[in-house]
Ligand binder design. Structure first.
Ligand code: BMA
Length: 856
């Protein structure tokens, strides 16, 4: 272990400053956070270092400068030894007399990563083997007044799994990691590094209580009409005696604070369940982003014994009905969500954990990400099964924002053991998370796993096993995903749907296009052109995607100047897909001139990804109601990488998210070529009909109009309709395709509600010339600068950037096409005022970078 620069070195435990009993008496419950004065050391060494709790071994090693940042250059490779080691964590905490007088005292570990032996005052308290679970241990008899010693010994997650793995007698697809209940992505993924952490990743609490406490409060919605909603409150209560109690639910909204209902009862010692129904008059419903307000009621569940409220839980509640409609039809089986009776087209993305080191995901990062999703007009996020069951804040924010969550259980792309102990461990894990999350209106469905059904049938796994093994493995699969997990959902959250695997069928099964959700990876993995998105359709596209490079400002943060070329060793460490760079170049060559300059290559890679995904998204939306959802892969990153993400690790929007924002607008005008015809669709997710005019214009690239047509149209609510079609040959008879842009706009009065451009040749064949972009900066009402842009010739994919070393800000639009005679406006949101902004903003478009730069 490196010993230099130990900023936080603490020599002995003797000099520790012990935390006093901090915490609040919440009624009768006292909670003390044990998050201070933690130290760690490697097993076999004597030196203790300061640790941060919650945290993980890698970040602790970094803080103490014992390892370098694994995200920097190729340092991921230098820290692989960490996973092989055992780590000890310790702290001392004070307990006072008053606390010891409590009837019950419990140590709660909200999350330990992963194989740990926990000792309190040198007595073995607990052995853990599941990072996703919480652990609660009664400790009253072990605690003493004054100083107490807590010590956790983390075993190597790799070494612990191996004997178990070797004992199997065959190799499960996914490798030894499947033996360990820990996020799959920690072991490396095709967008993420291998950083197998250990540590105390969630808070440690001491909870002390007398008499009784509320274990959980479940809110089960009954019938909802315009006049009233009936809700049943189910309280699970622990009582230390036979005693009388009152259990109540209060509403604590701004306009109303009162008890909604209460019951008196006689508690028995131990576990008690009590339920009663209450009524909400003139209920306000919870709606998704774009459709209405995601209204939340603020409730309190209370337990009163004698005259005192001895426990109280706060709970928000969103009233809504949500069904997953999977009905057999003539041509397959539908798959869609119905919210408050309205069939809902889902627009969103797949989410992965925001960091390899989960303790670094701050509340601010959660807020920014969910705000970005809202800003991009999403109404669903899929929490993918190779990551984690997210922290409460994630679901709280989704509740507030009206974003539905497709929640996978944490199983992805592998087979898992089927022995009794493992299955029981997993069952407990599922029970905990279903109970934790079931009151969130945002949870749309529980899904067993990511791609395992598809993999079993299509990924060539089966020939690796004997017939008997195959049978056993499939039985194990069925046990977990068709019995245990749906059983847990049925028992603890019976109103929600369970879906065994995403996708329902793999791509090589034709039924994947007519039944259930599907993952379409013909584009990318099989190198099919983006236009294939226009030909295939499915009932719900829960995955499809394309990679791009992050922007230069991100690359600068993990490279040295000599690393900054596409296939440099360092860049390849940050490209986890074996064929990734080659695929990007292959697709780029089809549609673009491949830039020689690295910075320009980054830009074109993003434009390529964005334009490609736009084709997919619009095709899925046009296919409504046959197709009722589109979730692209992937929303975000867990480290700075070349990946499918739309937001990079540092929160920067790639071109893709700007395109998504437009393609996910409630009203979409979508031109497309189908079998030699140009068609224009209007897709509306609005619930009201719209009357307006569809204006169609052909222009040359200098902005001169050559053809125009206006079509009065009535757009039905929640629909996709084709309002125009014409043979492309006839339409373009007199013009050079390479010099033409088609614009379709939906107008009401003079205002355009939505518009879109269409080109008849790939960008590399367009006769683009220098657009002569002019920009002026004016101040907006909010005080942020606005950049007004105009051009003389069509400017394709105008890209605004600012000196990435010095300044930071967010352009409200970017990578867009600018038409002559149609000025553009972009706001630049910054935290601090930037002097000489006009000089610092750089503007380029596709034509300016052709043939420029040096190839590397
Ligand atoms: C999907 C996901 C991930 C993977 C992505 C890109 O199938 O489920 O497993 O990262 O493809 O290959």
């Amino acid at each position: 272990m490196k010993t230099s620069k130990r900023l936080f070195l603490l020599l002995t435990t003797a000099i520790l400053i012990l935390p006093a009993c901090r915490g609040r008496y919440e009624g009768n419950i006292k909670t003390i956070k044990i998050n201070e004065s933690w130290q760690f050391r490697k097993k076999g060494e004597t030196q203790w270092y300061q640790a941060v709790v919650p945290g993980c071994i890698h970040t602790d090693l970094m803080i103490n400068e014992l390892i370098e940042d694994p995200f920097y250059r190729d340092h991921e490779n230098h820290v692989q030894w960490v996973e092989q080691e055992e780590w000890k964590y310790q702290t001392h905490f004070l307990v006072d007399k008053k606390l010891l007088q409590k009837e019950n005292i419990e140590l709660v570990f909200k999350g330990l990563d992963t194989y740990a032996k926990v000792f309190l005052n040198d007595t073995l308290l607990l052995k853990t083997d599941n990072m996703f679970r919480q652990w609660r241990v009664e400790v009253k008899s072990l605690l003493k007044e004054g100083e107490n010693y807590l010590h956790i010994h983390f075993l190597s997650p790799i070494k612990e799994a191996l004997p178990y793995w070797n004992h199997l007698g065959y190799e499960l697809p996914g490798g030894p990691k499947v033996m360990t209940r820990k996020p799959g992505y920690h072991y490396g993924w095709d967008w993420g590094p291998r950083l197998v952490t250990s540590g105390i990743w969630q808070p440690v609490l001491l909870k002390a209580w007398d008499k009784g406490r509320i274990e959980s409060l479940q809110l089960v919605q009954g019938k909802i009409t315009n006049e009233r909603a009936l809700v049943t409150a189910v309280f699970d209560i622990q009582s230390s005696a036979s005693q009388k109690a009152i259990v109540a639910v209060r509403v604590e909204d701004e306009e109303e604070q009162r008890i909604l209902n209460r019951v008196s009862l006689q508690l028995v010692p131990g576990f008690n369940r009590v339920s009663f129904t209450f009524e909400i008059k003139n209920p306000k419903l919870w709606w998704t982003n774009g459709l209405g307000e995601p209204y939340l009621y603020h409730l309190k569940g209370q337990l009163k014994i004698g005259r005192r409220i001895i426990d109280e839980v706060s709970q928000t509640m969103g009233l809504r009905t949500l069904e997953v409609v999977a009905d057999k039809e003539k041509n397959g089986e539908s798959f869609y969500f119905k919210l408050n009776g309205v069939p809902l087209f889902m627009k969103g993305a797949n989410y992965i954990p925001q960091d390899s080191f989960l303790n670094r995901v701050t509340e601010a990062k959660y807020r920014k990400l969910i705000n970005d999703a809202v800003d991009a007009n999403m109404n669903m996020i899929r929490v993918w099964g190779g990551g984690i069951y997210e922290n409460d804040i994630f679901y709280d924010l989704c509740d507030e924002a009206g974003i539905l969550v497709w929640q996978d259980f944490m199983f992805a792309c592998a087979l898992y053991p089927g022995d009794k102990e493992y299955l029981e461990n997993v069952r407990q894990e599922a029970v905990e998370h279903v109970k934790r999350l079931r009151n969130h209106p945002c949870i749309a469905l529980w899904c067993g796993n990511n791609e395992i059904d598809e993999a079993w049938h299509n990924w060539g796994w089966q020939p690796e096993f004997t017939e008997a093994q195959r049978q056993m493995l499939w039985e194990d699969y069925q046990k977990l995903f068709h019995e245990i997990l749906p059983g847990v959902v049925k028992e603890y959250d019976s109103d929600r749907s369970y879906w065994p695997s995403s996708p329902k069928f793999g791509r090589s099964n034709k039924r994947s296009l007519t039944e259930g959700d599907s993952h379409y990876w013909g584009v990318w993995h099989d190198e099919e052109p983006f236009a294939v998105f226009n030909e295939i359709s499915s009932r719900f596209m829960s995955e499809y995607g394309f990679q791009s490079f992050p922007p230069m400002e991100t690359i600068k943060r993990f490279t040295l100047p000599e690393d900054r070329f596409i296939d440099s060793e360092v860049m390849r460490v940050h490209q986890k897909h074996p064929r990734g760079n080659r695929l990007i170049k292959t697709y780029m060559a089809r549609d673009y001139h491949i830039p020689k300059n690295f910075k320009h290559f980054l830009y074109v890679s993003q434009v390529l990804q964005a334009e490609g995904m736009k084709i997919g998204i619009e095709a899925h939306r046009r296919a409504k109601p046959f197709c009722m959802g589109t979730l692209y892969w992937q929303l975000n990153d867990c480290w700075p990488a070349i990946s499918w993400s739309s937001i990079d690790y540092y929160g920067n929007w790639k071109a893709l998210l700007y395109f998504v924002k437009k393609a996910y607008k409630a009203l979409l005008v979508s031109p497309v070529e189908e079998k030699g015809k140009l068609k224009v669709y209007i897709v509306s997710d609005q619930l009201n009909p719209l009357k307006g005019v569809l204006l169609l214009q052909l222009m040359d690239l200098s902005g001169k109009g050559v053809w125009e047509k206006s079509i009065p149209c009535q757009v039905k609510p929640n629909s996709s309709q084709c309002f125009f079609e014409m043979d492309v040959k006839d339409l373009l008879e007199n013009y050079d395709k390479r010099n033409i842009v088609f614009k379709a706009s939906f107008l009401q009065g003079k205002g355009s509600l939505s518009s879109n451009l269409y080109y008849f040749v790939p960008p590399k064949d367009l006769l683009l010339t220098a657009p002569s972009i002019k920009s002026t900066i004016v101040s907006s009402e909010k005080g942020f600068p606005i950049i007004e842009l105009s051009c003389e010739k069509l400017a394709k994919n105008v890209f605004l950037s600012i000196d990435e070393d010095k300044e930071k800000g967010f352009f409200t639009d970017n990578y867009f096409d600018l038409l002559p005679g149609e000025p553009g406006k972009v706001e630049f949101i910054t935290e601090k005022k930037i002097d000489n902004l006009a000089k610092k903003i750089k503007i380029i478009s596709l034509v300016e970078i052709r043939g420029k730069g040096v190839e590397r």
